[in-house]
Structures are given as C-alpha cells and as structure tokens.
Design a protein around this ligand. Structure first.
Ligand code: ARG
Length: 460
C-alpha cells in the first residue's frame, strides 16, 4: 500500500489493510463537511489578517474550499477511506485544486483542534434543530390540550384508577417535560459554544494567531481558555447526549401511554392508518409501531450516552485516537431523537380521542372516593384519617353491591357514618371532582385553560 500522502513523511510504507480499516472515519465524519469547511475558511482568513500567510494564497484557499463545498453538496466528491477522515479528504482535494498553496492552510492548527471545532459546530446546529422540533411537539400538545380542557378520564397511580383528571391536564404534563428538555439543551449549548480552534495539537502554537477572531467568525462565544482542554474535552458531547437521553425518556413515556391508550382494553384514543401498521398473520391487528419505535429508540440514545462516557473515562490528556469514537453515537442519537420527536408530534395531532371510552372507564375503580373523604372532613369535621377509613368502608359496600359510589343509597352510606346527608352526591360526580381541583397546577378545566394560555406565552 502507498504511504499516506498527507502525513507519511517519516514512513517508508503504507498501512496494512486492517490498519486502514480501523483508522478510517470518513464514512461517518463526512457529516462534518460543512463545519470543516467553515472552520478552515475562518482559519485561513485569520492567517491572512495576521500576516501569517499571503493574501493571494488565502484567496486561493477560500475559492478552493468554496468549490469543494459545492462538490460535496452536489454529490460530486469522491471520499477516500485511504485519506482517513473528512479533514484530510478535504485538504487533499484542495491540493488537487490549488496546488502547494493548500499546504499553508494547516499553519498554526492541527486536526486535533480542527475536529473538536467541527464537532462543536455540528452539535450546536443539532441543538438548534432539535429545539425547533421540540417546540413543534409542544405546539401539537398544547393544541390538543386546549380542545380537551374538560375531557374527563381516569388519572392513574400504580396504573390503578386514582382520581378523575382532564385530558388537557394530562397532556400539559408533557408540555412541561419538553419545556425542561429545551432548557437543558439551551444550557448545554452555552458550554458547547466555545472555540477550540488554535489550540493546535495540544499546546497552542508559536504563530501569532488571533483566536478571538476565529471564535467570533464561527459564532462561538469565546475561544476555549486551555489548549489541552480544548483538544481533549468531550463533556460537551456527553452533556448533549445526557440532555438527549432525558428527552428520549420523556418521549418514551408518552409513547408508552399512546400504546396503552390505543389498545382495545383502554380504547381512549385511536391512531389513524397513517400511524398504524398491520400484522402479516393476524388480519384484525392495528399496531402502534411508531409509538413502539419511539419507546425503543430511547434505548439506543441512552446507549450512546453510556458508550461515550466509557470511551472517555480512562483517557489521559490530551488527544488520543479513542476520541474518534465520539461522533457516531452523537450522530446516531441526534438522528434517532429527531425522528422520535417528529413521530410523536405526528401522533399527537393524528390521534382520535374517544371521550366515551374515557368516561366509561371512570365508571370503575371509585375514582371519586377521595372527594367523599374530603367531604367528610370539610362538612362533618372528621380528621382526615378517620374520613379515609370511613370512605374505605363505603367503597367496600359499593364493591360488594357491584355499583358505583353514586349508586349507593343515603341509608347505606349512613350505616358507616350517620352524619352523611344528600349533599354528598354533589361531590361524587367526576365533573364535580375535577372542577373542585382548582388549586394552582390542578386539573380543573378552568386551570387547564389558564395553563394553556401560560404555556403559549412561555413556549411559543
Ligand atoms: N479523525 C480524527 C478524529 O475524529 C481527527 C483527529 C486526528 N488527529 C490525530 N492526531 N490523528 O478524532
């Protein structure tokens, strides 16, 4: 094999085939082409401004890089795995286009600061794109919440009917989670947005470079303060994957609820053909595959986070080639999360809400038992613990009789607590129950409408 044309000066022979295969990264780091070219252009411009390279050479480099960008975007660029990575592929093509002048581009930098810069630019773009998508998911959820501000269904704890809630309130819980996901990405973005360029291999450079100029040309807030940290830190990527993992867990919980609600046993919602699949053997099936895949994708996103943390944990400063393993998990997690958000937003708008099934489900499980206990406290002055006990006995009566609390007669309830009056029935309906839960952050329809208005102000 021919020796490497980019760094092979001290080598007599080229790498073995297996060396080339384990070393090459261009099949995935080609995703960084736009960031790599932007970084090189900023660097070349700074080298000219600082008088480190000639203007004519700088101009040739800029034009060559623009042409390479057009070639890659147009699908007319041949990526070569023998040239290892995206950086050397681009630099080698630049040499083909402008000759030896291309060699001046790499003055005062190294692939170590170059790749760290490219990767930070890529993660920054990914955060911005994910934020827009998460906002669209919030829009879809807020829209359904507003339309179903007073639609009743059981709220569950332990997946047992607990108390009636409004569907709008239930969905707004996810709007809050997604809001925090967006905050986490925004916070992570601050630490992503510092520029490693100019740290060179690890120690800085003897050339009179201007790191503030390249940082600001690339939209970074500042150059990174320590050159060894700049080339070896990947906590920005770990933080991105952490934020992505937490978000994926939220999406997975919502997906799980869609799967439950869409099952014939719940029947609370149905997904249209657009988001369902059939079975190849059971003709009656309509499976919520998209929701299952959102739930499943969370597994690989969490895996990406753990994978990268393990790559990092034993690395001495500064750069080591292990760091090349940082990109695939991040690319994959970003793609998976983006797809999951899009699918969930699609399902949120697509799902048909079956109010009747939700209401029917409230007929079992005595979801207004707490309201009965609260009435005993409020009207009869019982200590809550005693009220809780008496209510438990009344629930027992209804259970034995096979009816709801509403269907018990006054006399039956009075056998447990003789102070109970007709007024008790006014708190036992599901409507009365939710209407009464008007404390801040509560489920009452009135609270939901307020929360919808606030969510629109805050997130849209
Ligand atoms: N492809 C490499 C990476 O992703 C670029 C940096 C290579 N640096 C080096 N000293 N070999 O990390």
């Amino acid at each position: 094999m021919a020796k490497n044309e980019m760094w092979g000066g001290r080598f007599d022979a080229g790498p073995s085939a297996i060396m080339e295969r384990i070393n090459t990264s261009v099949y995935f780091d080609r995703h960084l082409f736009a960031q790599d070219i932007a970084g090189s252009k900023a660097h070349a411009q700074m080298l000219v401004a600082q008088g480190i390279i000639e203007t004519a050479d700088g101009d040739a480099i800029q034009q060559g890089l623009d042409q390479i960008l057009a070639e890659i975007e147009g699908g007319n660029f041949e990526f070569k795995s023998a040239l290892e990575d995206i950086h050397l592929n681009i630099e080698s093509r630049l040499r083909e286009l402008i000759g030896d002048k291309a060699g001046r581009l790499h003055t005062g930098r190294s692939r170590n600061d170059q790749v760290a810069t490219d990767f930070r630019l890529w993660v920054r773009d990914a955060i911005d794109a994910l934020d827009t998508q998460l906002q669209s998911l919030q829009v879809a959820l807020i829209d359904v919440s507003e339309r179903h501000f007073d639609t009743l269904l059981p709220g569950f704890t332990h997946l047992q009917p607990a108390q009636p809630v409004t569907f709008g309130h239930h969905l707004l819980a996810y709007v809050e989670m997604v809001g925090r996901d967006r905050d986490r990405f925004a916070d992570c973005r601050k630490r992503v947005n510092e520029c490693p360029l100019g740290a060179a291999a690890l120690a800085g450079t003897s050339f009179p470079i201007d790191r503030d100029a390249t940082a600001s040309a690339l939209g970074f807030d500042r150059p990174m303060r320590n050159s060894m940290d700049a080339v070896s830190a990947r906590d920005f990527a770990i933080e991105f994957l952490s934020a992505a993992s937490i978000s994926a867990v939220h999406l997975s919980r919502f997906a799980e609820e869609i799967i439950l609600w869409n099952s014939p046993q719940f029947g609370f919602i149905s997904l249209s053909d657009a988001f369902s699949t059939g079975s190849s053997i059971m003709p009656q099936k309509r499976n919520p595959d998209a929701a299952e895949l959102v739930r499943g994708k969370s597994g690989r996103i969490l895996g990406a986070l753990h994978g990268l943390m393990v790559v990092m944990k034993g690395l001495p400063l500064a750069y080591a080639k292990d760091l090349q393993e940082d990109k695939e998990p991040v690319f994959d997690a970003a793609d998976s999360l983006s797809l999951a958000i899009a699918a969930l937003a699609g399902m949120a708008s697509d799902m048909k809400i079956n109010k009747r099934a939700m209401l029917a489900s409230l007929a079992s499980g005595f979801p207004t038992a707490t309201d009965l206990a609260d009435w005993l406290v409020r009207v009869l002055g019982l200590p809550f613990r005693d009220a809780h006990h008496a209510t438990g006995q009344i629930v027992g009566l209804a259970e034995k009789k096979g009816c709801s609390l509403m269907d018990l007669s006054l006399e039956e309830m009075q056998t447990v607590e003789n102070g109970i009056t007709e007024d008790i029935y006014s708190v036992l309906t599901n409507e009365a129950s939710t209407a009464s839960r008007a404390s801040f952050g509560g489920t009452s329809p009135e609270c939901v409408l307020e929360a919808v208005a606030k969510a629109k102000e805050r997130y849209l």
